[in-house]
Design a binder for this molecule. Structure first.
Ligand code: ADP
Ligand code: ZN
Length: 589
């Protein structure tokens, strides 16, 4: 006897098959409450035994249909002995499959919970494969565009090339130009890194995959590497496209060479990521973007050429940037005519784009709470306090007094540099806090590349470095000096020491190497190569050099105190000024 396996179908399918004239015999088993029937397979035409368990409509419809199909036989009994294969499947395969299914459902649920946030209204998000990466089908209408990201002009400029490449990969391929495979967006949280990455996809009209580094490692062991593989597979199929890895430091941390206390899972994931990045063809149009606020913690292997070899800073917004962000987010909010964003922007130095967006929203909520139809200035002012205090981030927002001190400090550097010959020209001065933790900085850029430095230049540089503290002393009094000069002090000391011990530029020690560089590639640590007696003489000389540079800087500033006031006031007002603006005011009589 031929053994027959039974295929279970739904009641509706059963009725449908009757309508399709597939059913040949039907039997009803009172004990099990099931219908067992024989029907032809639509495609192959072979007969199979089927069963269906539910009989929801009291059989009225079934009876009618059977009446309409008089050719169907009512059989008393149909053999339903199951095949050995079927019983094997039922007893072994099915339970295991169910077990895995539950696991998979649980896994997806976990992946969801672990915060793949889907920002509202930004393309259609759907979960993609096992990578859990979200793919946003970039839609020219709903996608994020560069215009949605306020400020951040430098970052946008740097990313425009990537957009162009995605538009016309062929143009680049024809010439043989290779665009960076990976671009690292570096900046504090909430400055718009994710937005920028989406905007690149939006501008280029390509799909956008996004996944957070932490999702790779929070999963079960062995999942991370598999996810990376899957992510790249999907991306390759969808090329050209953008793959965005948020918080890449979660997987990209420096690997631990000691082998103790290492995180195998993370290293495996990182290794897989490196391998995949090396493996994919840059010309195909897969561009990796990654974001981090801790670039110094990244494994150097990630930053090598062919990987994330391009770095785009995404810093906290300056005054103009903050105004622009406030305006962008207030676009859809009803405001009273008297709103002055300038006041709000000034009160929020150090706030991120996300915090500014939140300020607008809190203000709107406050207006609603008070039953008004428009947002007032006082709503905004009130929400500055809630958001900034609510964030409770130390140093997040700088007080007016601190801003003033930082302004004088930075102008101090710039003025001392400008008043000495042989100093690199000042190109930019800012009191917007940087990712590095600096509260402000003065950028000097040499024309052309410098390989050699003269003794005068080194001494001038040391004086410039002491200029910040000198300005604080001159304006606020010696007893009010701040800790803000710590980095300057470190650099000045290093330079002065190198002048003596490595560059042989003093009478006293002539051209004797008193220090040797340990490892040029690992931070250039030096080690002493002289008697302790000599070392203390060197120390004394270092103090002498720094002190005289400090005195010189103080003198320069005292002579130009009027300019110092003017420039500091201007910087305080603008927060970021260019070298030209600086020179303009300096040369004004
Ligand atoms: P990051 O990825 O740098 O942490 P996001 O891109 O996620 O920051 O920004 C969070 C939110 O903050 C954005 O959704 C947006 O509402 C707001 N935001 C941040 N920067 C800007 C900006 N430059 N212009 C407009 N909105 C911004
Ligand atoms: Zn300084």
């Amino acid at each position: 006897m031929m053994e027959r396996s039974v295929i279970e179908v739904g009641y509706d399918t059963f009725l449908e098959m009757i309508d399709n004239d597939q059913v040949q015999q039907v039997a009803y088993s009172e004990s099990s409450g099931e219908f067992v029937f024989i029907a032809k397979d639509e495609e192959s035409g072979n007969s199979h035994v089927y069963k269906t368990g539910v009989w929801p409509d009291d059989g009225q419809r079934l009876l009618e249909q059977l009446r309409d199909h008089p050719d169907i036989q009512f059989a008393a009994e149909i053999p339903t002995q199951s095949s050995p294969l079927l019983s094997f499947i039922l007893t072994w395969v099915l339970p295991i499959a169910i077990f895995f299914l539950i696991g998979e459902v649980f896994y997806r649920w976990m992946a969801k919970k672990m915060g793949n946030q889907i920002p509202g209204g930004m393309g259609n998000a759907m979960s993609f494969g096992k990578s859990g990466a979200k793919i946003y089908v970039a839609d020219a209408k709903t996608g994020v565009r560069f215009d949605d990201v306020a400020g951040q002009d430098e970052a946008k400029d740097a990313l425009k090339e990537v957009v162009d490449f995605l538009h016309e990969p062929k143009k680049y391929a024809d010439i043989g130009a290779k665009l960076p495979k990976g671009v690292l967006l570096v900046g504090p949280p909430g400055t718009g890194k994710t937005m920028l990455a989406k905007a690149v996809a939006g501008e280029a009209g390509v799909p956008f995959f996004s996944i957070s580094g932490s999702e790779f490692v929070e999963m079960f062991v062995g999942m991370g590497a598999a996810k990376v593989r899957d992510l790249f597979k999907q991306a390759n199929e969808k090329a050209p496209c953008i793959v965005f890895i948020d918080e890449i430091d979660a997987i990209g941390q420096k690997r631990n060479n000691s082998g103790i206390g290492g995180n195998d899972e993370r290293e495996q994931t990182l290794n897989q990521l490196l391998a995949e990045m090396d493996g994919f063809d840059g010309q195909k149009g897969v561009v990796m973007l990654a974001a981090t606020n801790r670039p110094e913690s990244l494994d150097p292997a990630l930053l090598r050429p062919g990987r994330f070899d391009r770095r785009v800073p995404v810093e906290l917004p300056d005054l103009e940037g903050r105004k622009a962000i406030l305006r962008v987010h207030a676009k859809d909010v009803r405001l009273e005519d008297t709103i002055d964003f300038d006041v709000i922007a000034r009160a929020t130095a150090g706030a991120s784009g996300a915090e500014l967006a939140n300020i607008i929203n809190e203000a709107a909520l406050r207006a609603v709470r008070e039953g008004r139809k428009n947002v007032r200035q006082e709503d905004l002012e009130e929400s500055v306090e809630t958001v900034i205090a609510g964030a409770q981030r130390k140093n997040a927002v700088i007080s007016d007094n601190e801003k003033k001190i930082v302004s004088y400090h930075e102008i101090g550097h710039a003025l001392v540099a400008a008043m000495q010959s042989h100093s690199a020209p000042v190109t930019k001065i800012t009191i917007v806090p940087r990712t590095s933790g600096a509260l402000g900085y003065t950028m000097q850029v040499d024309e052309g590349e410098r390989v050699l430095m003269s003794k005068t230049e080194i001494l001038n540089k040391i004086a410039t470095l002491t200029g910040g503290r000198s300005a604080e002393e001159l304006i606020f009094g010696k007893e009010n000096m701040t800790t803000g000069a710590s980095n300057d002090i470190e650099q000045a000391t290093k330079l002065a020491r190198a002048l003596i011990t490595r560059y042989g530029m003093t009478e006293e020690f002539d051209m004797v190497a008193l220090e040797t560089v340990q490892n040029q590639y690992l931070g250039g640590d030096t080690s002493l190569a002289c008697a302790s007696d000599t070392a203390s003489k060197v120390d004394a000389r270092v103090v002498e050099i720094v002190r005289s540079a400090h005195e010189k800087a103080y003198g320069i500033l005292k002579e130009n105190e009027e300019k110092l006031h003017q420039l500091a006031a201007y910087l305080l007002e603008k927060e970021t000024i260019t070298g030209e603006e600086f020179m303009d005011i300096l040369n004004r009589s």
